[in-house]
Design a binder for this molecule. Sequence first.
Ligand code: HEM
Length: 149
Amino acid sequence: MLRQALLLLHLLAAMAWVGGMFFAYFCLRPSAAEVLEPPKRLLLWLATLERFLRYMSLAVLVVVVTGISMLLSVGFQAAPIGWHVMFAVGLVMAAVYAYIHGSLLPRFRVHCGSSTWPAAAEVLNAIRRLVALNLALGVVAVIAAVSGR
Ligand code: HEM
């Protein structure tokens, strides 16, 4: 029962995290580039990322805490290799997320606040690349999870 609850929370949080990155990368990014000029587009991204990354601080915490609880209840020795891979990939994803939220977002906010659009666009591009990385790692984590069955 507890394990089911942990797995449910784990999956809901991972879906929000990976699904949110998919939406941002493949749907919002091309649409915003098509419809909006740079200042408006960058301000849309700032407002979007402020909200998304705030929600994700909870989702990332839930993925890591529930994942580690489930792993420890079985034990590192007995855990299938796929779970070890998921653990390692999940920690890298959490570190990338923390760097985006803790370092790149504040820089992006400052550049948008001072209307230095080329510098803001550069930071947004760095965020985009790291989101692509985390999206790819998210897929690897899901493959690792399923292969651990
Ligand atoms: C600290 C990082 C993580 C740890 C320690 C961890 C650990 C675990 C464990 C132990 C299970 C097995 C639960 C069970 O079958 O009873 C599980 C399931 C799962 N995890 Fe993770 N996980 C982590 C991160 C992630 C991430 C980042 C994702 C995806 C983005 C993910 C996706 C999944 C999925 C889809 C399952 C369900 C697998 C299945 O039922 O076949 N996990 N996780």
